[in-house]
Design a protein around this ligand. Structure first.
Ligand code: 3PG
Length: 217
């Protein structure tokens, strides 16, 4: 990723600081989900490596949509980080912090959101050179009060809370200046995908954009 794309990611987060997760079994469905999210105003998506077709799904969104920034999530190993980078991932998200994955992404200029939930993990991420991390699982790990405590000591660190975020608490997280964006699967419900109800996904995206605007006028 070039600095220009990093800047583009930051600009998109300013407009709509929400990252929907996409978990799909086939590339065509993944593209429809991404288009539905974009129609609702969300154009940064994270394709999670949790299905056999996940890499193909991510690559299809990269190739068949425009104006969408596509990241890869649930990246557990350096091998997976290499694979998603080769297939066009523009950012990488992990549930935890593996130093080798962090170093690979830093080396490739790929924005990397390592999962953290303790001060020790945030500090290790900081020492590795990361200035943005995922906060996971955000709700169970202490939610807004925990992030406030982190931000008082890690003043430069930005957080992407994910895990238990929904329309009910999105505004509370986004009210924190240290939150760069919130991630979550609530925008892409499995039952809507199974039913082919992509309009519901667009509605959920629109609702999230409105909530984000209210939290950050
Ligand atoms: C993740 O991969 O970040 C989490 O599984 C997302 O959690 P959620 O399903 O509660 O949004």
């Amino acid at each position: 990723m070039t600095d220009d794309i990093a800047a583009e990611l930051a600009a998109k987060f300013l407009a709509a600081p929400v990252v929907p997760l996409i978990e799909a079994d086939d590339p065509a469905t993944a593209v429809r989900i991404a288009n539905a999210l974009q129609a609702g105003g969300l154009d940064v998506v994270e394709v999670v490596l949790r299905t056999d077709a996940a890499l193909d799904c991510m690559a299809a969104i990269v190739q068949e949509t425009s104006g969408i920034i596509v990241g890869a999530g649930t990246v557990l190993t350096v091998e997976q980080a290499k694979a998603v980078a080769e297939r066009g991932a523009q950012f990488v998200v992990s549930p935890g912090l593996v130093d080798d994955v962090a170093r690979f992404c830093i080396d490739k200029n790929l924005p990397f959101f390592a999962g953290t939930m303790t001060a020790g993990e945030v500090q290790r991420a900081y020492a590795l050179g990361l200035r943005s991390v995922k906060f996971f699982p955000a709700k169970l790990a202490g939610g807004v009060p925990m992030l406030k405590a982190f931000s008082s000591v890690f003043r430069e660190m930005k957080f992407m809370p994910t895990g238990g975020v929904s329309a009910d608490n999105l505004g509370e997280f986004l009210a924190l200046p240290s939150v760069v964006a919130c991630g979550g699967s609530w925008l892409t419900p499995k039952d809507a995908i199974a039913a082919g109800d992509f309009e519901q996904i667009t509605k959920l995206a629109r609702e999230a954009v409105e909530l984000a605007r209210a939290a950050r006028p």
